[in-house]
Design a protein around this ligand. Sequence first.
Ligand SMILES: [Zn+2]
Length: 257
Amino acid sequence: MPTSDRHNQHRRHAGFTIVELMVVVSIIALLIAIMFPTMDRAFEASRRVVCCSNLRQIDFGMLGYTEDYGRVFPPHRGVNMNTEPNWPQLVAKYAPGEQLARCPNLKGMQKDFGVEWEWKYDFNNIGYGYNGFFLGHWYHGHGDPDTGNWSEGTYINAKPWEKLSRVKQPAKCISFGDSSPKTSGGVNYGVSLTLWWPYINKYQEEVNGTRHKNAGVVSFVDGHAEVILDPDATINPKADNTDEFIEYWDPQVRLKP
Ligand SMILES: [Zn+2]
């Protein structure tokens, strides 16, 4: 074989041609494109499991609190909101750890209902809300059933210090869930620790339905947690002051008179 032919043969086997490289690169790109949705789904599935686990432990923390305080649910915010602890501080004594209070999908800046916000372990912006209107005592008025002066303009007079024993369906009654900041007209009120039934539509104090793609994670008074697909269509009331889905919110499941 002439020297030049040997040289050419050597060059052909020394590496990839541009065309071969392009074929390899496009195959890799194709594989990534095929694999990505599967991997993304798998990662999201694991984040849902972590979120369920967080909320279950917060739930057990809440139940631990009720054991020490006469079977009464922890307050949503203290009688004086500025000097008394909020529910995350009270529950953290029984379920300690910053990570428990953080949905794994809350990384970096979030945008919900047009407002930007960021998770903080400051007991206000933790992105987990409490069914506080019904379960937790709060600092503003609870109304008076005798005068018809209903609390928060609703037809239900929430009990100031609700008791575990009064929950009719513990496996159905929401305790905590993925939440976003209370907001109205693009204003961020800087509190995401609430799922507030009367104002769910007014201030978006609902179970967040986009945190886990088209789902939100919710725990119930009996200590279990579930991934709720499309919560707006399944558990979040569609309009203020109606009894739609009230069985998931009111421990006594009262209907509009
Ligand atoms: Zn979550």
